[in-house]
Design a protein around this ligand. Structure first.
Ligand code: NAP
Length: 486
């Protein structure tokens, strides 16, 4: 089988700035690792502040022409990107797995998900509209004109190396904005491949710029301080999000912030347990649990707690762990050693406080950053893992006896990204929908991510929406004209 690195030629493992693929000004590079082996798979350019600002020069230079490009033409370029990603799905997926660790089947699903943002926003690009109305007092008319916000800076995480960029780049281009993306240092290759695919699809130079760097703090803050930047969209931790929001404030930037989560998954006694088990497996184990929407806390109503727990533990214990590119692997490597150590500590803390391990719970010896699927019960309310993002394949299961009690526990977090409820009672589902303080809710479903739905959190999980019609509005300013007409 071919080397996944063949997808990205050495000349494209460099900065994408304007019409060039070029080295960082000082020639610096940094290594990208396969997390399943710890081996270096590539060197990419390590941009400095000057390189970042060169990308902003390119994005600013391309802005007027791109904004003035007919929406149908922009739409066609997004469709061409969708088609290319779909046709090259296997190639892109293998690169994702190599640099990020997820099993190949999940990487293919990410490519399908990421590609769909291009298809969805190709359809939205031609439906940007304003309004025309008569002022209530008469005498003049009100006209609203949507306009692209301007050059956008995107900062993306490592857990979905393609999709987290796609869901920013696609709506921005549809709205007529140009972009600079700074991918996570651990997974820059997929974003470079996307930029190459978009270049081949015919997207003009300067519209999609990619700056890889190990110096995120310096490079991003210089971009956010420059008055030519008009928008920041960030996906990552709440901790870094707060820092970037402060920087964006100095330049009064439009911001979209997709931050951390601490999802509660609630299984009611009246749920179809087969559906709940399937949903819980997806909500917990998609992306090896390295997902902002991962079920972090599982609450099961007492009458079905034992049965659910036994069946869930059996399914978790049957998963196979290994290199994501190998056949039959369900659980790939975690992103790095720090991640494994953090999870190990969270499990040890829960056990110290009285939790019992039903499955997993011990990191394996050997190379790579692996942690096995783990199920914990009797987890006390003060265990650290109930308040932190676990970001791995560990499931704490707790019981509950009343809806008010479980709702209060679910809401007892600074986060408000997503929740999951499994019940056969529609009224109960609606009460949870109204009572849970989250931006999204899966009802009898463990998967909510969908390019045609507004993804985003409340509280400290973020600001703004990605996907759906709302997704393009994040990239549009509105000018209102009062037109005298006595
Ligand atoms: P992270 O540490 O916050 O990093 C995210 C991005 O920010 C990376 O590109 C990182 O660059 C960059 N960054 C770090 N410090 C920075 C600074 N001081 N200034 C500018 N940029 C900086 O998050 P992560 O570990 O990659 O991703 C996991 C987090 O993302 C979790 O909290 C997860 O919940 C969240 N997430 C949220 C969503 C959502 O839609 N709500 C989706 C996916 C993930 P480096 O790689 O160079 O550090």
């Amino acid at each position: 089988m071919s080397d996944p690195m063949d997808a990205l030629a050495p000349e494209h493992r460099r900065l994408r700035i304007g019409d060039a693929w070029r080295d960082a000004a000082g020639g610096a590079t940094f290594a990208v690792e396969d997390p399943a082996t710890g081996k270096t798979i590539a060197e990419v350019a390590d941009a400095g502040v000057g390189d970042g600002l060169a990308a902003l020069d390119a994005a600013t230079g391309a802005m007027a022409e791109w904004a003035g490009t007919p929406p149908r033409k922009r739409s066609e370029l997004l469709t061409a990107t969708y088609r290319a990603l779909t046709e090259r799905s296997d190639e892109v997926a293998r690169l994702i797995t190599l640099e990020m660790g997820k099993p190949l089947a999940e990487a293919r699903a990410e490519v399908a998900y990421g590609a769909e943002f291009f298809r969805w926003f190709a359809e939205e690009a031609v439906r940007v509209e304003g309004r025309y109305s008569t002022a209530p007092t008469g005498g003049y008319r009100i006209l609203t004109v949507p306009k692209p916000v301007g050059p956008c800076v995107f900062v993306t995480p490592w857990n979905f190396p393609l999709a987290m960029g796609a869901r920013k780049i696609a709506p921005a281009l549809a709205a007529g904005c140009t972009t600079i993306t700074k991918p996570a240092a651990q997974t820059p290759l997929t974003m470079l491949l996307l930029a190459r695919i978009m270049e081949e699809a015919g997207v003009p130079a300067g519209v999609v710029n990619v700056v890889t760097t190990k110096r995120a703090g310096e490079v991003v803050s210089a971009l956010l301080a420059d008055s030519r930047t008009r928008k920041l969209s960030f996906t990552g931790s709440t901790e870094v999000g707060r820092v970037l929001l402060r920087q964006a404030a100095d330049n009064v930037l439009r911001t979209s912030m997709e931050l951390g989560g601490n999802a509660a998954l609630i299984v009611c006694a009246d749920a179809d347990l087969d559906v709940a088990l399937d949903g819980a497996m997806v909500a917990k184990m998609r992306n090896i649990g390295e997902s902002c929407v991962a079920a972090n806390r599982i609450y099961v109503e007492e009458p079905v707690r034992e049965e659910f727990t036994a069946r869930f533990a059996e399914r978790m214990g049957a998963l196979s762990m290994g290199h994501g590119l190998d056949d039959g692997v369900d659980v790939g490597a975690l992103i790095d050693e720090a991640s494994v150590t953090k999870i190990d500590k969270l499990v040890a803390d829960a056990v110290d406080r009285g939790a019992r391990v039903l499955v997993g719970g011990r990191r394996p010896d050997g190379p790579g950053h692996f942690y096995p699927p783990t199920v914990l019960v009797d987890v006390p309310g003060d265990a650290l893992m109930l308040g932190a993002e676990i970001f791995g394949p560990v499931a704490p299961i707790m019981g509950f006896t009343s809806d008010n009690e479980v709702m209060a526990k679910a809401n007892d977090t600074e986060y408000g990204l997503v929740g999951y409820v499994f019940t056969g009672d529609l009224q109960r589902a609606l009460r949870f929908t109204e009572g849970l303080a989250t931006g999204m809710l899966g009802v009898n479903r463990g998967l909510i991510s969908d390019p045609s739905a507004p993804f985003g959190g409340v509280k400290q999980s973020g600001i703004g929406k990605e996907g759906s019609h709302e997704g393009i509005l994040e990239y549009l300013d509105l000018t209102y004209a009062a037109i005298d007409l006595p």
